[in-house]
Design a protein around this ligand. Sequence first.
Ligand code: XMP
Length: 325
Amino acid sequence: TWTTTNVVDEQIALIREQVGSSRAICGLSGGVDSAVAAALVQKAIGSQLTCVYVDHGLMRKGETEQVEKDFVAATGVELKVVDAADRFLAALAGVSDPEQKRKIIGREFIRVFEQAQAEIVAEAPGDQPVEFLVQGTLYPDVVESGGGTGTANIKSHHNVGGLPEDLEFRLVEPLRKLFKDEVRMVGQELGLPEEIVQRQPFPGPGLGIRIVGEVTKERLDLLREADAIAREELTAAGLDRDIWQCPVVLLADVRSVGVQGDGRTYGHPIVLRPVSSEDAMTADWSRLPYEVLAKISTRITNEVADVNRVVLDVTSKPPGTIEWE
Ligand code: XMP
């Protein structure tokens, strides 16, 4: 029978058997999945695990600080933070195709993990090798990425279809058979705090797949501002638990005419994509209160330079996906 206690016990035994006396690193993203995977593996192999948080410059406002604070406080895990923003931006320069972006981001993650691996070994030489990479891959990630066949059914999740072919790590993926709600229950069972367990999903490739068009530093800064406003207002309205997540998307290659004060503007639209869902395999658009939408729209167009229009995505999944790329 399926109980979280059984899942935890079974996975701990499997992880111990798989890793043995070797060492592992786990990429933390700030999201539920990687946090639960890390907590599970830490419970299984303790100090043989080092967590690595890659700041790829595609995170939302305040997110990096939050991971450093919340997760370490909750688990006491060994955390290595790598600032890799320049490297990701350089790799993404000139790229607009969604699948190509996903593959580049997936590859760069691995390259940074390899570097972290070398550093960990250098810091503690005579020790066991770091052979394993822990990922918080879920069942839906595997399905939508084509089950690791190399061809995405829908899109290549950064930690499945986005992995480079010359991957030197052996993967530990204790959540590969679970859905999000089950992962949350496992997290609870492991004693992770509410702020982590109930956090809304955020994709590993971050804001990189929420800019339709090329990813640049300026566009990221703009989107970060708009996203922070939307999240602030949704939280203030007490809607965090009612919606599954609300991607905020910048249509970077689209411009429309507007008017502000007594002058013409020619700016970009921001898309709000609030959805409700059980497992992200299907979703419906959330019927948010008009006042909340109005507040978000007014604030974004007033406070974010170069944005002169806010639009609402009213598409379910299918036919739309939750993210735009
Ligand atoms: P889609 O856009 O496929 O998204 O309807 C389904 C859920 O998955 C999240 N998502 C990702 N999560 N790596 C992740 O960790 C990814 O590459 C990725 N792509 C999408 C998305 O935010 C939604 O919750």
